[in-house]
Design a protein around this ligand. Structure first.
Ligand code: PEP
Ligand code: MN
Length: 370
């Protein structure tokens, strides 16, 4: 089901709009010199449109660097004056909003730790009523798409139409290579539900390490996302927060030069022809797949009838484990992923049980009529 949001495309409000929106700047503003040096270097690359910097930093543990506070807003004003870059900062309270608006910050962003809390989101949305400042909303820390959508809805209902979602990955118990698991299916689902909502990627908070940045950016570009927000610092190793994931403006320029951009369609006739042929094959394979599933379900029904007649239970654990093991084994030998196979056969099994339950319950009904 679609979610209806009243959104104005950034192509209509972002000066110097480009198909890929690029936001860059330090995790946090630390000194005027650090902010200005980073911004001046970044502004030399004409792909960068927006300068980011946290002024109030939400830190997991106390006694870490919590941001320079309001004084940093003046540095951002200076950045805009000297480089022409638009500015953005994170707001987490109504007071932050008031200060940011007073200092003419161009765009606000809502952090992942704020999106999880509808009370705080509503407080910020209320503080924004009557303004038309653009707001970028990061996904919540936990993989809950509805919380993300809920926050976007609260801003939209407060009259904010210039909305952008930021995909920054999710906290999970399992420790993978990334700091925050990207779970790409969640932003993809968001795009399917709200197609007019631009989504940009935050590879810095997904990756957590410099050497994985390009890889994550490339993945987001391959998914046709609308841009990215990257943490760039003039001296990353000395950064007071998120040092490991920040890069110098030079490293960032290098990363930008290595991204391979793709288009949704191609005007190359040979390519179009080849892809059409492959899609025709896929169409046929999918029909075979559906027919095979229908055939399987037909047999499942027959077994159901047979169980009913012989008063045998629907679920036989041993048989199910045997099915699961042999099918995942076969699939793996053909290069398919075990988790995928398990999910697929769980689904098939669930449906088989549902059908046999229906057969049994029809039997029960017939008996009670008799
Ligand atoms: C940030 O962008 O510096 C930040 C704190 O990000 P997140 O809210 O995604 O953790
Ligand atoms: Mn950060």
């Amino acid at each position: 089901m679609k979610v209806d949001l009243d959104i104005i495309s950034p192509s209509l409000w972002l000066p110097n709009y480009k198909k890929t929106i690029i936001v860059a700047g330090p995790c946090g503003a630390e000194t005027e010199e650090q902010v200005m040096q980073t911004a001046i270097e970044l502004s030399k690359n004409n792909q960068v449109q927006i300068f980011r910097s946290g002024i109030w930093k939400p830190r997991t543990r106390p006694n870490s660097f919590e941001g320079v506070g309001t004084v940093g807003l003046k540095w951002l004003q200076q950045v805009k004056k000297e480089t022409g870059l638009l500015t953005t900062t994170e707001v987490a309270t109504a007071e932050h909003v008031e200060q940011a608006l007073k200092h003419n910050i161009d765009i606000l962003w809502i952090g992942a730790r704020t999106t999880v809390n509808p009370f705080t989101v509503q407080e910020i949305a209320d503080a924004l009523k009557g303004t038309d400042i653009p707001v970028m909303v990061k996904n919540p820390v936990n993989p809950d798409l509805n919380l993300w959508i809920g926050a976007l809805e609260r801003f939209n209902q407060a009259g904010i139409k210039k909305l952008i979602a930021i995909h920054r990955g999710f906290s999970t118990l399992a420790k993978g290579v990334y700091r925050n698991a990207p779970m790409w299916s969640i932003p993809i689902e968001l795009k399917l539900l709200i197609p007019n909502l631009p989504i940009i990627c935050d590879p810095s908070h997904i990756a957590g390490k410099r050497n994985l940045l390009l890889d994550v950016i490339q993945k987001s570009v391959d998914l046709n996302m609308d841009g990215f927000i990257v943490e760039v610092h003039n001296n990353p190793d000395a950064a007071l927060s998120d040092a490991k994931q920040q890069v110098t403006p030079n490293n960032f320029a290098e990363i930008l030069s290595r991204i391979i951009y793709k288009t949704e369609d191609s005007d190359n006739v040979i390519f179009d022809h080849q892809i059409q042929e492959l899609r025709n094959i896929i169409d046929r394979v999918d029909v075979d797949l559906i027919e095979a599933i229908a055939k399987r379900m037909e047999i499942v029904d027959k077994i159901g009838e047979h169980k009913k007649e012989n008063n045998v239970t629907i679920l036989q654990m041993e048989r199910w484990f045997e099915v699961l093991n042999t099918r995942t084994g076969k699939g793996e030998s053909l290069g398919l992923d075990k988790t995928f196979l398990t999910r697929l056969f769980d689904l098939v099994h669930e449906e088989s049980i549902r059908r046999q339950q229906e057969i049994m319950s029809n039997a029960n009904k017939e008996q009670s009529i008799d």
